[in-house]
Design a protein around this ligand. Structure first.
Ligand code: R5P
Length: 289
């Protein structure tokens, strides 16, 4: 087995190859002036490959994976696994307006046509129960970062109170709290647009508490920022946040800094300066078993 990575996700892909004790090779990508990508695979390929690349800012990455996968198949590769810790297009799981594409199933099935197996971490599944519904045509494995996140929090001084900013986050908050025997709560959220959310905290005395907000995705950062501001107004002493997929578009870092968040922590699902948790052991364990 051989692991193929891309320069934009090199460190994580190399760590995964090391954890699996297999060879790491890189797919070279060149962009032509008009944006077209040309991918070049290593000339020697094993019969079984793992492609490792997270799919934030996905459009170019998907085309490059498509080109790389087809090329590997043409060269006789039999078995290809995609390891994409952040799986794109999972949020658009229904047509909210007439004519809208349901990207979750379209992209899911496309990946299923290309790969024999797709491994990801805490995909954003809201209205469906499991990833098989989005990728019915390949084996799919869903891992959760809650174990490593709980281990990370267990190393910190002073057990915090955990807060999920919306009902969807309950699944992750509950798991981390259970593992570390922490108190947990969930707020409610109403989204009025990409950059506008309203958070209502549950009825609770937050005075002088150390709170960690836990969420799967920070995209514009508005969800976490609103929750942090509400907690501060309610008297919380310190607010930190722990994020699985730090998408951090545009001014997210500034938005979180303005919300008086002391520490922003994330997993290396997506490369970011806030990465403190490496997912390689979790991914390697799933591939081994
Ligand atoms: C949505 O339900 C997710 O769990 C996140 O809360 C959401 O994607 C965060 O988005 P933003 O950072 O743009 O508020």
């Amino acid at each position: 087995m051989q692991l193929l990575g891309f320069a934009d996700y090199r460190e994580q892909a190399q760590r995964l190859a090391d954890a699996l004790a297999i060879k790491y090779s890189e797919i070279a990508v060149h962009h032509f002036p008009d944006g077209e990508s040309i991918v070049t695979l290593p000339t020697e390929l094993d019969h079984e490959l793992i492609f490792c690349r997270s799919l934030d800012y996905p459009n170019n990455k998907l085309i490059e994976l498509f080109l790389a996968c087809k090329t590997a198949r043409q060269q006789g590769v039999k078995q290809i696994t995609l390891v994409a810790p952040y799986l794109c297009y999972m949020r658009q799981d229904m047509a909210f307006h007439p004519g809208e594409a349901v990207s979750q199933t379209i992209i899911g099935q496309w990946l299923g046509e290309l790969f024999d197996r797709v491994i990801t971490v805490d995909p954003h599944l809201h209205r469906i129960e499991d990833l098989d519904q989005a990728i019915p045509n390949a084996e799919s494995i869903v891992l959760s970062a809650t174990g490593p996140m709980a281990e990370f929090l267990a190393q910190r001084p002073n057990p915090p109170l955990l807060l999920g900013p919306d009902s969807e986050s309950e699944q992750w908050v509950k798991q981390i709290a259970k593992q570390n025997q922490l108190e947990w709560l969930v707020a409610s959220k109403v989204r009025h647009g990409d950059h506008k959310v309203e958070i209502t905290l549950p009825d609770y005395d937050f005075s002088d508490r150390i709170v960690v907000i836990v969420d799967d995705v920070a995209s514009t950062g508005r969800t976490i920022a609103r929750a942090a501001k509400a907690l501060k107004q309610a008297g919380a002493q310190t607010v930190n946040c722990l994020i699985t997929h730090p998408l951090f578009v545009d001014d997210t870092e500034q938005v979180l800094a303005n919300a008086c968040i002391t520490h922003v922590w994330s997993t290396d699902s997506i490369s970011h300066s806030t990465n403190v948790i490496q997912l390689a052991p979790l991914l390697a364990h799933a591939i081994h078993h």
